[in-house]
Design a protein. Structure first.
Length: 463
């Protein structure tokens, strides 16, 4: 599909639509008015012609053929006579006619005689040069003799009036179109002025001015949703920029520490000759730092793929209790070293990606083990609801202060004041990303000195 490179102007589209709509309305209105006027004029001419024919019949009956013929012959010949009258005898010969009628209107051009009282149904239009005539023929008896009357009505003046009226109609319509276009330009510019003001307001927004807002209170009703949506977008961008800046600083800190440790140990090792055991110790320490860097990079890549919806997810039903006990058994050795007991309760079928589920639960257990003191306990509770399946991991560790809870799922965020912890602050962020990938949610509840509970909610398929 080819896309036009020329942007379309809303203003010109509105002007064009307004002008076209106004022109159509004016054309229809004036056209109807023109048709009514012309039709009325035509009806009046027919009525006058009918009256004229009725008067000629009465005159013929009262005065007789001879007197009627003398009256026709006595008329002065004029080129622009309103009515032309011819009387034919029973043999079809011209008995009498308006002087000069034979030159303009010969007998053979008239329609056949009509028997009705009204001549309108038998009218015939005839044009001779610039002149237009309406012709009618009728039979009439006088003195027991049948006669034929041919009457012609000149309608050239009516035709000129129609032409003049049509010219006036076109002039009025043209002037109205120009006036409507001019009004459309003014109305459109005035109507789109708030958009220009909004454009100026939006133009002030920049990377260093994300606190700017398009206040929706003063905008027209149609633009208020746009202003509110734009303000919401700016708020999200501001939050994203803030998080990105914090993320960059945290990432630099997390990567700098192991790299600095490796460089420092290597430089110390190179200051003088060392024994094989000392070199081995340095290499082992470097490998440990490299493994820490690798874990950080792997977790970052995983979270990034989840956020970009590129991480494959293969959901299926499986026994949640069996999966939890398998993960608990994997961490059992670490738990025994910390003198922490891990117990499970509940059961049911969960609908999720098994690998991702194990990774999320493993991160929660690892996190709980690091912050649960000796002789503490970790409880994993499973519960099935109507529309979801809940996995709750609770410990009786030190807990998290309330001011830290809103950010514990952020990347590299750690609630403890010291950064000497072995963790990189990615565990809960990874757990949150996995649950989001399943369309579920993660909830954390904690009390300082009493412990922490993290609930993972996985939606079940609807039947």
């Amino acid at each position: 599909m080819r896309v036009s490179s020329n942007p379309r102007s809303i203003a010109w589209q509105l002007i064009l639509l307004f002008t076209v709509a106004t022109s159509l309305l004016l054309a229809c209105g004036l056209g109807v008015f023109y048709a009514i006027v012309i039709r009325h004029a035509f009806a009046e001419d027919n009525a006058v012609l009918a009256d004229k024919v009725a008067a000629l019949r009465a005159d013929l009956h009262e005065s007789g053929p001879s007197v009627f013929a003398e009256e026709l012959k006595s008329r002065q010949p004029r080129e622009h006579t309103a009515y032309w009258i011819r009387m034919l005898d029973p043999q079809g010969r011209t008995y009498a006619e308006t002087p000069g009628m034979g030159r303009w209107l010969p007998p053979e051009i008239f329609p056949p005689p009509q028997k009705s009282v009204s001549p309108v149904g038998g009218l015939k239009s005839y044009r001779r040069g610039p002149n237009l005539f309406s012709l009618v023929t009728l039979n009439e008896e006088s003195g027991s003799q049948p006669y034929t009357l041919q009457v012609a009505q000149a309608r050239s003046s009516d035709e000129r009036v129609e032409r003049n009226f049509a010219v006036l109609f076109i002039m009025v319509l043209s002037g109205s179109i120009l006036a409507s276009a001019f009004i459309a330009v003014i109305v459109t510019k005035r109507g789109l002025r708030p958009l220009q003001e909004m454009t100026q307001s939006v133009a002030r927004v920049g990377p260093t001015h994300l606190k700017e807002r398009v206040i929706p209170a003063d905008w027209p009703l149609e633009l208020k949703p746009l202003a509110i949506a734009f303000d919401d977008m700016l708020e999200r961008l501001d939050d994203s920029f803030t998080r990105l800046s914090q993320f960059s600083a945290d990432l630099a800190h997390e990567l700098r520490t192991p790299i600095a440790n490796m460089i420092g140990e290597a430089q110390v090792a190179l200051t003088r000759d060392r024994t094989a055991a000392e070199y081995r110790e340095t290499i082992e320490s470097t490998v440990g730092e490299c493994e820490r860097l690798s874990r950080i990079v792997d977790n970052l890549l995983f979270v990034a793929r989840v956020d970009a919806a590129r991480e494959p997810i293969a959901r299926k039903r499986f026994d949640a209790r069996a999966a939890v006990e398998k993960i608990a058994a994997f961490y059992q050795t670490v738990a025994e070293d910390h003198h922490v007991t891990v117990r499970c309760s509940g059961d049911g079928q969960i609908y999720a990606d098994p690998d991702l589920f194990e990774r999320a639960l493993g991160n929660l257990l690892d996190n709980a083990l690091r912050f649960t003191p000796g002789n503490g306990s970790i409880h994993i509770a499973l519960s099935k609801h109507n529309t979801d399946f809940e996995v709750a991991v609770s410990d009786n560790g030190c807990g998290i202060a309330a001011e830290h809870l809103p950010r514990v799922f952020d990347r590299f965020y750690r609630a403890e004041s010291s950064r000497s912890s072995d963790g990189a602050g990615l565990g809960l962020a990874l757990v949150k990303s996995i649950v989001d990938l399943h369309g579920g949610s993660a909830i954390i509840e904690s009390n300082v000195g009493r412990g922490t509970t993290v609930k993972l909610i996985f939606p079940l398929p609807q039947k």
